[in-house]
Design a protein around this ligand. Structure first.
Ligand code: 3HC
Length: 284
């Protein structure tokens, strides 16, 4: 039976997660405070579903039915009926803490509240909500409609029933649901984020061409895309925030973002989303 899923933040990740939930038969309420972001997010979801139809993976009728299950709201007050909410806003701990405190006041007491954070403490978010027994991490990977993994992050505070329901929800989306303890970067980012920083270090210290760094790691290490292209995909801002969160969480400066990434962040060279990163892109 389809559930009603709230998605807060309709950027790249929120829109991708919304698409996945719709394809699995759930109803989705997408929330974004900015009218422009809301319109853009809904358009991204529709484009993603169209892409499935073009590829022959989804019937046109099923796309229309999925779009009919998608609504948008300006504020979290629109999430009162949701069974589960996934937060996918910017990686700012204070903003997430404030949002979860608000979510706990507007959602049903039995609703599951999930964060898609890359590296911020889920326990901290759970505590800030005032309803820690219902809070989990559901960490999707970019692009969410394509990448099979969802890390299902467990805190010491979550109720067994809520965690089991979150795990079943992720499996029901057709994803590879992997249980993860709530430690900095969980599993994938604990390994991947330092590797991506090392790729930037290699670029800066060897003078190799960025395209060659990527070509080498694809052809020599079997990566589906090069590490610099991958930073451009996930966003320099996300890579910086994830590095800083893991460094702070582990108390180990070795995980800090490479200075070149901080320069790119200051210049607004964030990767695909701004049209320029290590490589140039047509604006989305
Ligand atoms: N949105 C939706 N679908 C997309 C897409 C996107 N942005 N990019 C590609 N696709 C789809 C294509 O339509 C195609 O679908 P099909 O199989 O139905 O035809 C499929 O993905 C494969 O795409 P392509 O053939 O165009 O290109 P590739 O074979 O090179 O695959 C890729 C693209 C899937 C992005 C692949 O390069 C890849 O796996 N890259 C690594 C991505 C990765 O590591 N992501 C995780 C980042 S870390 C993260 O997200 C955590 C965060 O917390 C930091």
């Amino acid at each position: 039976m389809g559930m009603t899923v709230g998605i807060v933040g309709l950027g790249t990740m929120g829109a991708g997660i919304a698409q996945v939930c719709l394809e699995a038969g759930h109803a989705v309420v997408g929330v974004d405070g900015s009218a422009e972001a809301r319109a853009r997010g809904l358009e991204t979801v529709a484009r993603g579903l169209d892409r499935r139809v073009d590829k022959g993976r989804l019937e046109a009728d099923a796309r229309d039915a999925a779009l009919a299950r998608l609504t948008a709201a300006e504020a979290v007050a629109g999430l009162a009926e949701c069974d589960l909410v996934v937060e996918a806003i910017a990686e700012l701990p204070e903003a997430k803490h404030a949002l979860f405190a608000e979510l706990a006041t507007v959602t049903r007491p039995d609703a599951i509240l999930a964060t898609n954070t890359s590296a911020i403490s889920v326990t901290g978010i759970a505590e800030a909500s005032g309803r820690p027994g219902r809070v989990v991490g559901l960490h999707f990977f970019n692009p969410a409609p394509v990448m099979p993994l969802v890390e299902v992050v467990r805190t010491a505070l979550v109720e067994d029933e809520a965690y089991a329901a979150a795990l079943a929800f992720a499996e029901g989306l057709g994803k590879e649901a992997v249980p993860c303890p709530d430690t900095p970067g969980f599993i994938v980012n604990r390994i991947l984020v330092p590797m991506l920083n090392d790729a930037v270090r290699a670029l800066a210290e060897t003078g190799a061409d960025p395209a060659d760094v990527d070509r080498a790691m694809k052809a020599g290490a079997g990566w589906p895309m090069g590490p610099l292209a991958l930073i451009d995909l996930i966003g320099v801002d996300v890579q910086v925030h994830a590095s800083e969160a893991i460094a702070a969480g582990l108390g180990d400066a070795a995980y800090a973002p490479h200075p070149l990434l901080l320069e790119m962040l200051a210049e607004g060279r964030l990767g695909r989303k701004t049209g320029h990163g290590f490589h140039d892109y047509a604006r989305p």
